[in-house]
Design a protein around this ligand. Sequence first.
Ligand SMILES: *[C@@H]1O[C@H](CO)[C@@H](O)[C@H](O)[C@H]1NC(C)=O
Ligand SMILES: *[C@@H]1O[C@H](CO)[C@@H](O)[C@H](O)[C@H]1NC(C)=O
Length: 517
Amino acid sequence: MHSSKLIWLVYFIFVYITACRGNFVKPKPAANVNEPQQIHIGFGQRLTDIIILWSTKNNDSSVAEYYTGNTNSKAIKGETIHFEGNPLGCQYLHRVYISNLTPGKKYFYKVFGQDSDSTSSQYSFTIPDVTKPLTYMIYGDLGLLSANLQFLKHEVILDPQKYSAIFHIGDIAYDLGSDGGRRGDKFLNAIQPMAAHVPYMTIPGDHELFPGSKDHYRFRFSTPNAGWPMPMYQLWYSLDAGLIHFVCISTEVFFLDKDNIDRQMKWLEEDLEAVNEDRSKHPWIIVLGHRPMYCSVNDDSEDCRKTDSVVRTRLEDIFHKYGVDLFISGHQHLYERTYPVYKNKVLAFSNRNPRATIHFIVGSLGNQYLTEFSSKPGGPWSANVVSAMEMEIYGKVKAFNDTHLFWTANKAMDNGVVDKAWIIQNQHGPFDQVVISDPLGAAGKQWRKHNQEDDNTFINLNFFYVDKDDYNTRVTVLMFTFIFLIFGICFRKKILNSFRYCCINHDKCKNGQLIPM
Ligand SMILES: *[C@@H]1O[C@H](CO)[C@@H](O)[C@H](O)[C@H]1NC(C)=O
Ligand SMILES: *[C@@H]1O[C@H](CO)[C@@H](O)[C@H](O)[C@H]1NC(C)=O
């Protein structure tokens, strides 16, 4: 055969095989058309209550079957809602509430509908044992475009017991309601591998309050204290987690949901007052809200850049009054940690017995959406800033006991620690009441030890704050230096004369080398 004909023959065979490839593949068994998807769990009113949510394409009932390694399974029936706000996505949403589970125990579960015989795979969760130090993962602004979503999932799935919960603090899917609801479906399917195993706690950000996504947030998630779908006037909740009392608020009441300002403010005050009645039960108060009140971004139109920041004006005094230890937010696509700061003033350049709230922003996972450069420092209160341009970061908080809480910011790509801080508080409670006056006591020494051993927290110190020690010490040293200087100037002749005297009488000065006057 002529070689050019051979080439043509090979070419046609190739085209034929490529075009008909589908016909050579063995047909797959018919897909389980109504298979539960978008499975995610969260805490109910208590850490021993678990809410399971999922979606299906067709109408079906909602049942969850759960079991431990050595007990019989229990089946619990829940509710199904037909969600029409999701024209192109899965419209049947399911929710089951399981209560009174046992702390420290691992449960396996499956979800299904009785009407269509479609059952999910098996998943598991572990009820936190609050008598042990627990770790929580915290981030905002994730969405589907994060370059590191796979790494993040991997970190959680590798050891689902490592994190007692994940807090996604607003700006969830950009947006849950986009693309006829398919964006929300996609996002929830993407996070299912972690969110079906570890309670995925949420608060609304601005993207959950846009008209097209509001209902998606209320229907697709279910948080403690609220019914389901969550009513607009209850998009906030608190959660007792042993040493930590988490307060999850909607900062959108100050922006896109102003009808609910008073309602949330009243609830917030009551909640914080109640925890303060006995702080020994839940010494650490951590507030999670989408929008920050201090930030180092170069866009002066952002609320957190303004001197009359709405979030700050509304919340800072309450946080101070009730001794909120940490305020963690997102919204700005960067990572930032502050020193204890109140009314724009740094109260101390250390985290030992802070007398004001310490602020964190963990909004850099969604860097694909809009990246803020942190080129404009926010002020002396900024302890560390990392732009999302550099890396995507998630936060981790772990309370060891009532005096020691450890914070780290980790690079999503390889979990490398980017920033860390021990927060040591010996006197929890309202900040305006008690002032600790024993900086070198046991706690101080402990702090110093941590600081030298593994606390590399003060990375971004500027010229004035090179000393890791606390602010008061530096002021004292400066004051004494000043006094000595004045003393020296006033009595310079006397001092120099006494030097001259010494010199004359000194062996080495016998040849009369005097200090010139
Ligand atoms: C779904 O099925 C239930 C039980 O069969 C029925 O009561 C309900 O009306 C159905 N919902 C829709 C939207 O068809
Ligand atoms: C609290 O935890 C820290 C860190 O593990 C430890 O150094 C400290 O001794 C603990 N304090 C008490 C009172 O157990």
